[in-house]
Ligand binder design. Structure first.
Ligand SMILES: Cc1cc2nc3c(=O)[nH]c(=O)nc-3n(C[C@H](O)[C@H](O)[C@H](O)COP(=O)(O)OP(=O)(O)OC[C@H]3O[C@@H](n4cnc5c(N)ncnc54)[C@H](O)[C@@H]3O)c2cc1C
Length: 378
């Protein structure tokens, strides 16, 4: 027995749910298959830059997102001794409408799924095989079921099964910035802005969220990167007291620290034989500019617009790649540039930062201020 659906989406993360939502709003029904029984976000938060906020507005969630988390109005880059190297007025840069926010991942995912009919997402279902091509694809799951669809969307993350089953290349590689990092939530030690501290061997970021908490991220970035928690405490030993206090609070119960490898996917094609990749499955990028959610939601807007604006879907994959490639490559290039700068000798980095920092912020985000064009309105 097999079930038939127009569109099958693998993965109920940010990209899968954003795509299901965008399609639903355009009257195209989709089934989402998710291997996990429940959300795997571990209570963490996510930073949403202005273009993520703009994408949420295009998905009909512009007002709703303002009820969650906290706006990120200012960004500060500091040395490990807490000297301010440069700051950005993010509220002014993005404007009131698109001021960045830091929200809990669970809130973002719940918002994206909010209006979907309950049967849209089927959990505990893992895809293991794919056959056929555009117009008639058969997907097999680990419990022996078969699903058929016209087009298959791989929204299944950095280790995408759709990519492995349908594409010849695209294995994730360690990011240049660092191979691994740790994420955590902690009581806010008095941080008011998005603030990153860095020295030669480590970086730590704290972003105020809601309910008096900060979202934290820390990584060993030196030549001898290791991934043990004890090393993290060691590499952060010269960081300001309040930064160490947050990390120490999280370290006091190791379950609060979430090991997060930094892996990237760079592919020459995102579509093949009726399978189309979106979000991290297509272009996972180190979170230097926090573009993961934004790019995933923009992918969903463009892809759903293409599907909605034509009856013949045979060239949707190529057109989606054509419309998305430049923006994604821009983010990848700016990510590589920042990762390279993070490798400069510390003294030089600190001298250059006040000049180069604001420039690279503008060079990265200025082009992303232009909202993605919706193919339905083109
Ligand atoms: C340390 C770190 C910090 C980050 N910080 C930010 C940030 O501040 N802002 C930001 O925008 N981005 C950030 N990102 C990136 C962001 O988390 C990702 O870009 C985003 O979550 C990608 O969403 P996705 O839906 O494409 O993939 P995922 O979230 O990985 O979702 C994929 C889903 O597919 C499911 N799945 C996988 N295989 C199968 C299968 N065979 N069958 C069925 N289901 C399957 C998985 O269970 C999962 O639920 C960060 C990333 C890291 C590593």
């Amino acid at each position: 027995m097999s079930e038939n659906h127009e569109v099958l989406i693998v993965g109920a993360g940010i990209s899968g749910l954003a795509l299901a939502r965008a399609l639903y709003r355009r009257g195209i029904s989709a089934l989402v298959l998710e291997q996990r029984e429940s959300d795997g976000d571990a209570g963490l938060a996510i930073n949403l830059p202005g273009n993520a906020i703009a994408a949420l507005a295009q998905l009909g969630l512009g007002d709703a997102i303002r009820s969650y988390g906290r706006p990120v109005e200012r960004r500060e880059y500091r040395s490990a001794r807490d000297n301010l190297l440069f700051a950005v007025d993010e509220k002014r840069f993005w404007g009131d409408e698109n001021t960045p926010r830091c929200v809990r991942r669970s809130d973002l995912v719940a918002l994206l799924a909010a209006d979907l009919p309950a049967e849209t997402v089927r959990r505990g279902v893992k895809i293991v095989a794919v056959e056929g091509g555009m117009g008639d694809i058969a997907v097999h799951t680990s419990d022996g079921a078969e699903f058929r669809c016209k087009v298959l969307m791989g929204a299944d993350g950095v280790h995408s099964a759709v990519r492995k089953l349908r594409f010849e290349s695209g294995f994730p590689a360690s990011a240049r910035l660092a191979s691994a990092s740790w994420r955590f939530m902690a009581p806010n030690p008095g941080v008011e802005a998005w603030t990153v501290w860095a020295h030669a061997d480590a970086m730590a970021l704290l972003i105020p969220v809601d309910h008096g908490e900060v979202y934290g991220w820390a990584a060993a970035t030196g030549q001898h990167q290791r991934s043990e928690l004890a090393d993290l405490r060691h590499v952060l030993r010269s960081f300001p007291d309040h930064v160490r206090a947050s990390v120490d609070w999280a370290l006091s119960d190791e379950a609060r620290m979430h090991y997060s490898p930094l892996e990237e996917v760079r592919l020459s094609r995102w579509s093949r034989d009726g399978a189309i990749l979106i979000g991290d499955a297509a272009h996972a990028t180190a979170p230097v500019w926090a573009q993961g959610a934004a790019l995933a939601m923009e992918d969903a807007i463009v892809l759903s617009g293409l599907l909605a604006s034509r009856s013949d879907w045979s060239s949707v994959g190529e057109d989606y790649e054509r419309l998305r490639r430049d923006r994604v490559e821009h983010v990848q290039t700016m990510t590589d540039r920042m990762a390279k700068a993070a490798r400069l000798p510390m003294l030089l980095r600190q001298r250059l930062m006040p000049f180069l920092g604001p420039r690279s912020y503008r060079a990265t985000f200025e082009p992303l201020k232009i909202p993605v064009a919706d193919p339905v309105n083109a």
